[in-house]
Design a protein around this ligand. Sequence first.
Ligand code: SF4
Ligand code: SF4
Length: 459
Amino acid sequence: MNETENFRDHISTVNEKGKRVWLYPKKQTGKFYRARTILSIFLLAFLFGTPFIKMNGHPFILLNVLERKFILFGFVFGPQDFYLLVLATISILVFIVLFTAVYGRLFCGWICPQTVFMEMVFRKIEYWLEGDSAQQRALDNAPLNGKKIFKKSIKHLIFFVIAFIIGNTFVAYITGIDKLFEIINQSPSEHLSAFVAVLVFSGLFYFVFSKFREQACVIVCPYGRLQGVLLDSNTVVVAYDYVRGEPRGKLQTPKTTGDCIDCHLCVAVCPTGIDIRNGTQLECVNCTACIDACDSIMDKVKLPKGLIRYASMNSIKDKSKFKFTPRIIGYSIVLTLLLAIFIILASLRSEIDATILRAPGKVFQEQAENKISNLYTIKLVNNTYKNVPIQININNPDTEIKIIGKNIFLPELSVTESEFLILIPKDKIKTTLIPLTIRVFADGKFLSEIKTSFLGPGK
Ligand code: SF4
Ligand code: SF4
């Protein structure tokens, strides 16, 4: 291990003058890279294909933050389900903390869209057009000529087209695919805000993948910043086995050094430009490129693979096995409780919901024909795609209901409020507080029975 650890004082992509050091990671090969490529095909197919999937004519997933309409795997969530959203967010955060405490940045290397797009889409195009690390460096250092202009123009054109497709996909998740096609087929002036959103997203993605790259993980990503507090010496991360590898040195006979032959291939393939042999570092996105690189070298020099591998610091230091720490057990209990509460609340949630309250602060009113009235508010929530007419009646034959305004009607995916009066002839009122049960029907079908009361003048 590096004794002085001065590599932690700066990031490898910024030089002493504060200028960006452009990285040219070497092309990767190996079993982890192949597995990540296969997984990324599924992930990309899911990302680009999902907006086209519909259930009962509606999006399978919709994240319409502007109108606060959300559909997750066919289940509709509206603004009234905010408590579920909060609970789900807390559960996800606890899950991330727990998962990271045990498995480190597994998500970053295998699933994070930034890594998947950068390494599996944009970087592959770059290798295809400009060649491996050395050729890319040579092309960048070469004077401007026809060949360089052609290669760079083609590359950036392809990058922008892909960024544009990602931008449109993003908008499709917000508006739905039908709306997106409507926007595309009509003049930009008719959908100015959506048009601007597509351009902003596309420009942002183009900038991130063509210029900003690993800086997103190293400088911007909040998850990356949290690693220092989430990881401990029992966390499984991509790690260099310094016990086996040190002292490093060139291959020689007889062998007087550790297994690391100091070939620097693990550094050359690293997309964040670090040397994993210095130990776990904030910049490491656990992409496994150095594992593949080192395994290929170990194969060549006929030493066992796994000098760099998934391992915890403790398992490397004293060959100990993975163990459940009190922290992991505590997180697991909290996560299980949160998930149980979330499942119970989600299953108790009805598709159409009604609440009735006597208007606060109002006493009874004298009406014509010697009747007394009370004002009530009915609040309705519709989590379905149907427009639903609502009817109400009361169990008491002396009562009459008068809807204020039009009949109560509940449009699809909405929250509405209506008011109505309950009238009772004065001579039928024997007490100041009469208990009532109001029955609510949605499109003729019984929905619920709500208990309330009627305030009268008394005898
Ligand atoms: S690839 Fe393996 S052998 Fe080569 S420098 Fe890195 S750790 Fe050492
Ligand atoms: S150190 Fe290894 S796992 Fe970490 S980012 Fe670099 S290549 Fe990927």
